[in-house]
Design a protein around this ligand. Structure first.
Ligand SMILES: Nc1ncnc2c1ncn2[C@@H]1O[C@H](COP(=O)(O)OP(=O)(O)OP(=O)(O)O)[C@@H](O)[C@H]1O
Ligand SMILES: Cc1ncsc1CCO
Ligand SMILES: [Mg+2]
Length: 286
């Protein structure tokens, strides 16, 4: 709960203490409400994504058949669409679910994995961006590529070849053109609504050595936006920071990527108010 003692920290004023309390408040809301998050995601990420959502207190559902969308998507509290292992068969489900979420005023979040890998992927992502995602979260190369809507010739894979700071201007322009909050992950995560820019600095570099940590944090963003749909900028910033904090705590017990994966999930599940309030590192950049 927000502690207004002192009186001066009543808004997103950029103070670390305010953000720490806000992150705890939203995590508590996720734990209390257990939002149902529908995930249409890649085969690599399904397990980590579902377990990260469960550890945070949300309720994951990997539902992707076109025959279930009209019935199921309006009942979900948020939708996460991830094009990591995109195929002709799944794209219609992604489009239908995004449209159904938008129609039922449910937040939906896009993860444009490796958007520059092929024209098929780029066209698919541009089509999905046109369906009004609430948030778009990608690594720097993905956000730069999607923002400029052209292929990045030096990167064809799912990993990023850019630093997140390089992508801030691209993120702002993508946010302005799409109407979505755009988040770029990295050593510092940057989150923007096209005007304000927020930085979230939790996390450890080893998280990049576990496949699908980015996919999992996108799903966590969906859970946070589900409980705070009126403020996707704050919800997205807090989700990224909470996930990074779980990585930091997990790293204290890990020997490498495989054990970090396990300890990160345990840490996400066990987060306490004092740890969140004192270790969340979020600030308003501009
Ligand atoms: N150098 C770093 N230091 C600290 N945290 C990092 C670093 N790089 C990435 N992270 C964190 O790791 C998580 C995944 O981000 P990343 O940019 O690797 O996503 P991604 O490339 O989409 O991953 P994937 O495609 O494997 O799911 C995020 O929570 C991000 O904050
Ligand atoms: C490795 C990989 N390939 C397609 S999706 C995915 C998971 C990380 O995005
Ligand atoms: Mg990714």
């Amino acid at each position: 709960m927000s502690d207004m003692a002192g009186g001066e920290e009543t808004a997103a004023d950029g103070s670390a203490a305010w953000w720490g309390r806000r992150a705890w408040e939203l995590l508590e809301m996720v734990r209390a409400r257990a939002p149902l998050v529908q995930c249409i995601t890649n085969f690599v990420s399904m397990d980590l994504m579902a377990n990260a959502l469960l550890a945070a207190g949300a309720s994951p559902a990997m539902v992707h058949s076109l025959r279930e969308i009209d019935e199921f998507t309006p009942r979900a509290d948020a939708l996460c669409v991830n094009v990591g292992t995109l195929s002709d068969g799944w794209l219609p489900s992604m489009r239908a679910a995004a449209a159904a979420a938008a129609r039922s005023t449910r937040p939906w979040i896009l993860d444009p994995v490796a958007v520059s890998a092929s024209e098929f992927r780029m066209e698919a992502c541009l089509g999905l961006v046109a369906l009004w995602p609430t948030v778009i979260r990608g690594n720097p190369s993905e956000i730069i590529a999607l923002s400029s809507a052209c292929r990045v010739r030096d990167s064809k894979g799912v990993d990023s070849f850019h630093e997140s700071l390089d992508a801030v201007e691209s993120a702002k322009s993508l946010a302005q053109s799409s109407g979505a909050v755009v988040a770029v992950s990295g050593a510092t995560d940057f989150i923007t609504d096209g005007q304000k820019v927020v930085a979230a600095q939790n996390g450890v570099a080893m998280m990049q050595k576990i496949t699908a940590t980015g996919c999992a944090v996108t799903a966590l963003i969906a859970a946070f936006v589900a409980v705070e749909p009126s403020n996707p900028l704050e919800a997205t910033s807090c989700a990224l920071s909470i996930f990074g904090l779980a990585g930091e705590l997990g790293m204290e017990m890990a020997n490498g990527p495989a054990s970090l994966r396990v300890h990160m999930i345990d840490s996400l599940h066990g987060l306490h108010e004092h740890t969140v309030a004192s270790r969340v590192k979020i600030s308003l950049v501009s």
